[in-house]
Design a protein around this ligand. Structure first.
Ligand SMILES: [Mg+2]
Ligand SMILES: [Zn+2]
Length: 182
């Protein structure tokens, strides 16, 4: 079983420093929805691990987050795609939880849920904290340059992550994975 875990904001949808607070603000990155569907069709299970501290900060509610998910899943279904699991961290930076990236909690939980050997699992993020979480969980980190990824790409070396593969976006990564079945 091939499992790929995705960060949400900046990987699947456009990110904003003002947070993504409503379904209207949830705008897919060009090609990302189709990329997820293509991965599904090639046999990948696709999961999401996303920090959503906007909930702890009171910027939006779990109900609003659910409404964003409905929009995402509706767009996916138009491409014949799906998300197999989604875990979010609703906490803030000072809550001391085990799930907020760069901690590996969400990635480990998804790996357990799918009974996947973590070393074969890919985690795609746009942020240095995504790479740190992947390394801490023992999964394979990949950086995309969408969202905050351009900035993160410039910081890989100083964090000792210069071996992390970098792709322009999720569509380019999907192209690569589908052309190189493992
Ligand atoms: Mg992100
Ligand atoms: Zn948390």
């Amino acid at each position: 079983m091939r499992l790929i875990i995705l960060d949400r904001d900046g990987v699947i949808n456009e990110d904003s420093d003002e947070y993504i607070k409503s379904p209207d603000e949830w705008i897919p990155v060009p090609g990302s929805i189709d990329a997820i569907a293509r991965l599904n069709h090639a046999g990948y299970s696709v999961a999401i691990a996303s920090n959503q501290s906007g909930i702890a900060r009171g910027y939006f509610t779990l109900e609003t987050l659910a409404a964003m998910n409905v929009k995402m899943c509706h767009l996916l279904s138009q491409h014949g795609g799906r998300i197999d699991a989604m875990i979010i961290c609703p906490h803030g930076p000072k809550d001391g939880c085990d799930c907020r990236k760069p901690k590996p909690g969400m990635l480990i939980e998804i790996g357990n849920r799918f009974r996947a050997g973590l070393s074969n699992v890919i985690f795609v993020g746009d942020n240095i904290n995504d790479i740190k979480a992947a390394r801490a969980a023992g999964v394979k980190p990949i950086l995309v340059k969408t969202g905050k990824g351009e900035q993160a790409a410039a910081m890989l070396a100083e964090h000792g992550f210069d071996d992390v593969p970098v792709y322009n976006d999720l569509a380019e990564l999907a192209d690569y994975l589908l052309e190189h079945p493992s």
